[in-house]
Structure formats: structure tokens, C-alpha cells
Design a protein around this ligand. Structure first.
Ligand code: ADE
Ligand code: ZN
Length: 319
């Protein structure tokens, strides 16, 4: 897959994008032993629960505003070099709070990284604040209130990630109301670890314009038709899905079937080094394994830009 094909991504978790070498350098700086989650230059995890633990451990290696600036610039520079013009980063103020940095400094550090990468490469990036589902509805509402009031122009959306098998979507609806009322774009992880009913619940209770993953909607043809009818955009992450065992292999992945059913789909890397992928690899796999043509891949990039939580002037310039 050529670097020259224009790419855009809507679904990448910032700490999940930390290159292992950068995480190692951070660990040395802070005297942290990494054996439990990083060995032989690769992140180590067995299942979704240990993946989340490894994610938290990596996040714990970024402790200052400038650590977050460095992480953001490192990721965006590499993405721009792979032909990406736009990225939406999922950022979790909870992780900033966990290291004692605080949400404001966390967002400020990322913001500086976005601006520096934009000045150097032209890549546009916005932040989607993520509430962590396994922390419970009150904490997710805290994240939504933070996103609604933080007044950083690069924070443009709200999402809920984390352990999808905990709680009911309806219990988190108020957090999404807070974010929507503040004018933020709405997306939510669903249909990844849980089946089609989780996607239906997300549509009914949260009314998102996009869904993170959503791929297990394929288990219910009526739901696939509803997604297509309503024009909901799926942030599809094939490499992540296979790495986490959502589907046994890329040949079994439903991206093509969803596309053929008229669902608006995009390609995304999720937590690239954790899943041995990159946005460039996702495009390559879609082409070489799933048979998408260059025109179809270009259309997916266009769908991502159309569905981006970005101001109209920037969107038009990106298209
Ligand atoms: N946080 C980071 N990656 C995630 C994923 N794939 N699903 C849910 N929460 C996440
Ligand atoms: Zn995700």
C-alpha cells in the first residue's frame, strides 16, 4: 500500500499508540520495571483484561505535560509520514489524573504535540475525550463534564471505551447527554467484545453519529440494515479485532460484508503497537486480503473526513 494514498483515521487511543521503544525510554527515565507488560520490544498481554492492564501500565510511564507532547508528536509524525492527513486521538483525562498530572496539563501537553506536528507536517488532529466504562457511570460523567467545559478548541468529541462487558449502556446515557449538549461529537465503543445487542443499545440510548468497532452488528441483518439506513459510521479496526480474538482471522472479518450492505465504514488502528498494526497496515490488509480497490479505499478516507468531529473549513480543506 503506497504512502501516497490519502489516509485518515478516527479511532486511535493515544497511550495505546506509544511505540515500545518510547515506552522503554520513559520507563528508564522513571526507573520503572517493564517486564510484566513489555518484553523483547513488544507489549505483552493475553486477553482483553490483561490488555487493559498493560495499557494502564504504559500510560503510567507518561507523567508530565512534555511527556505527553512527545508521545503525541511521535505518533502524529509517523502517521503523517504514512500518508495520513487527519487523526482523531482518543484521550483519557483519567490517565492524566492517575499519574498526578491532572486533566488540564494532560490536555495541554497533547494539544502542544498536535500543534507542533501540524506545523511540521500539516497533519490535522482533534481530541475525543474518552470516559472509561469500567470506572462506572459517575466517573464517565466526570469525563463528559470535563470535555464539555475544558475549552480547548482541539477537543471536539466524546466517547466511552474500556470494558464493554461491564454495566448497561443506558446507565451511561447521561454522560453522553452532557457531551452532546456541549456541542461535542458523539461516538461509543460497542459491538467489539459484546454482540449485536450492544450496538442496538448504543444506538437507542446514546444516538451516536459513529460507533467504535460496531462490527458484531453483522450477527443481526436487521441491525446492519438500520446502520446503513441511519448512516452511522463505523470506526472499524480489523487488526485489533483479530488480535483480541473478536474474529479468528482477517478472512473472517466482516468489513467487506458491512461495506456491501451499505454501512459507512472507515479504517483505524485502535492501539497500533499493542496489536502489531499501523494505519498503513490496515489499508494494506484491506487491499491485499479483503480485496478493496484503490477507489474503495479512497472512499473510506473520504467517509472518515466527512464523519470527523472537525470544523467545516478544515473538513473542506481535507477533502
Ligand atoms: N481502550 C483501548 N483500546 C480499547 C479497545 N479496543 N476497546 C475498548 N477500550 C479500549
Ligand atoms: Zn478503541
Amino acid at each position: 500500500m503506497t504512502v501516497s494514498l490519502k489516509k485518515a483515521e478516527l479511532h486511535c487511543h493515544l497511550e495505546g499508540a506509544a511505540p515500545p521503544l518510547l515506552a522503554l525510554a520513559q520507563a528508564r527515565k522513571y526507573g520503572v520495571e517493564t517486564r510484566d507488560f513489555l518484553r523483547d520490544g513488544a507489549y505483552v498481554w493475553r486477553d482483553f483484561t490483561s490488555f487493559l492492564a498493560a495499557y494502564d501500565a504504559v500510560a503510567g510511564l507518561f507523567r508530565t505535560e512534555s511527556d505527553y507532547t512527545l508521545l503525541t508528536e511521535t505518533y502524529l509524525d509517523e502517521l503523517a509520514a504514512a500518508g495520513a492527513v487527519y487523526s482523531e486521538l482518543f484521550v483519557s483525562p483519567d490517565h492524566g489524573e492517575a499519574v498526578g498530572l491532572g486533566a488540564d496539563a494532560y490536555i495541554a501537553g497533547i494539544s502542544r504535540g498536535i500543534e507542533a506536528a501540524n506545523a511540521r507536517t500539516g497533519i490535522e488532529c482533534r481530541m475525543v475525550v474518552v470516559g472509561l466504562r469500567h470506572k462506572g457511570p459517575e466517573r464517565v460523567e466526570w469525563a463528559a463534564r470535563y470535555a464539555a467545559t475544558c475549552r480547548n478548541r482541539l477537543v471536539t468529541g466524546f466517547n466511552m471505551a474500556g470494558e464493554e462487558r461491564i454495566g448497561r449502556v443506558a446507565d451511561y446515557a447521561r454522560a453522553f447527554d452532557i457531551a452532546r449538549d456541549a456541542g461535542l461529537g458523539i461516538t461509543i465503543h460497542a459491538g467489539e467484545l459484546c454482540g449485536a445487542s450492544s450496538v442496538r443499545d448504543a444506538l437507542d440510548h446514546v444516538r451516536p453519529s459513529r460507533i467504535g468497532h460496531g462490527v458484531r452488528a453483522i450477527e443481526d441483518p436487521a441491525l446492519v440494515a438500520r446502520l446503513a439506513d441511519e448512516g452511522v459510521v463505523l470506526e472499524v479496526c480489523p487488526g485489533s479485532n483479530v488480535a483480541l480474538g473478536v474474529f479468528p482471522d482477517l478472512a473472517a472479518h466482516p468489513l467487506r460484508r458491512l461495506h456491501e450492505a451499505g454501512v459507512r465504514v472507515t479504517l483505524n488502528s485502535d492501539d497500533p503497537p499493542f496489536f502489531h498494526t499501523s494505519l498503513q497496515r490496515e489499508y494494506a490488509v484491506a487491499s491485499e486480503v479483503m480485496g478493496f480497490t484503490g477507489a474503495e479505499l479512497a472512499a473510506m478516507t473520504r467517509t472518515a473526513i466527512e464523519a470527523a468531529f472537525v470544523d467545516e473549513a478544515t473538513r473542506v480543506a481535507l477533502l
